[in-house]
Design a protein around this ligand. Structure first.
Ligand code: HEM
Length: 133
């Protein structure tokens, strides 16, 4: 039967960084070592300091035995989410020019451009017509 592995982001794993709630990340896997803190031969402090980051290097440097690696499986709770975080989209709003001059220009263009053009064209036609007579 397929097993479902829970995925967590590093940000989420990093929130568990206290003696009452301690997660460590080793080799892309997440371990809840809260109940193991006091029993850890390397000390609770070492585990607490290893929270919020990829502790693989420190773990390997400590030269953990085969039995230590087997024991780890008891504390496995999930894996690091490999999908990169999608940056939140920012909504850009074009700054509106609220200056008086530009407002005036907008109004002129909106309300006067067409009547002015009609009057201008009519005037030209009227002059041409009057000349022909
Ligand atoms: C679920 C996770 C872990 C388990 C089950 C575990 C288990 C153990 C065990 C059984 C030992 C005794 C030596 C051995 O048998 O290898 C040990 C020692 C040690 N561990 Fe861990 N460990 C874990 C995570 C870590 C992490 C994340 C670090 C470092 C960031 C670490 C650092 C150490 C150190 C420094 C020692 C002492 C080595 C020494 O004094 O020789 N351990 N650990």
């Amino acid at each position: 039967m397929p097993t479902l592995t829970k995925l967590y982001s590093m940000e989420e794993a990093a929130l568990h960084n206290t003696p009452d709630d301690c997660w460590v990340v080793v080799d892309g896997k997440i371990y809840d070592v809260t109940k193991y803190l006091e029993d850890h031969p390397g000390g609770a402090d070492v585990l607490l300091e290893a929270t919020g980051k990829d502790a693989t290097e420190e773990f390997d440097d400590a030269g953990h035995s085969k039995s230590a690696k087997e024991l780890m499986q008891d504390y496995f709770i999930g894996e690091l989410d490999p999908t990169p975080e999608i940056p939140e989209m920012e909504v850009f709003r074009k700054e509106q020019d609220t200056g008086f001059a530009s407002k005036l220009m907008d109004n002129v263009v909106q309300y006067w451009a067409i009547p002015a053009a009609v009057i201008g064209i009519s005037a030209v036609v009227a002059i041409l017509y009057a000349r022909r007579k």
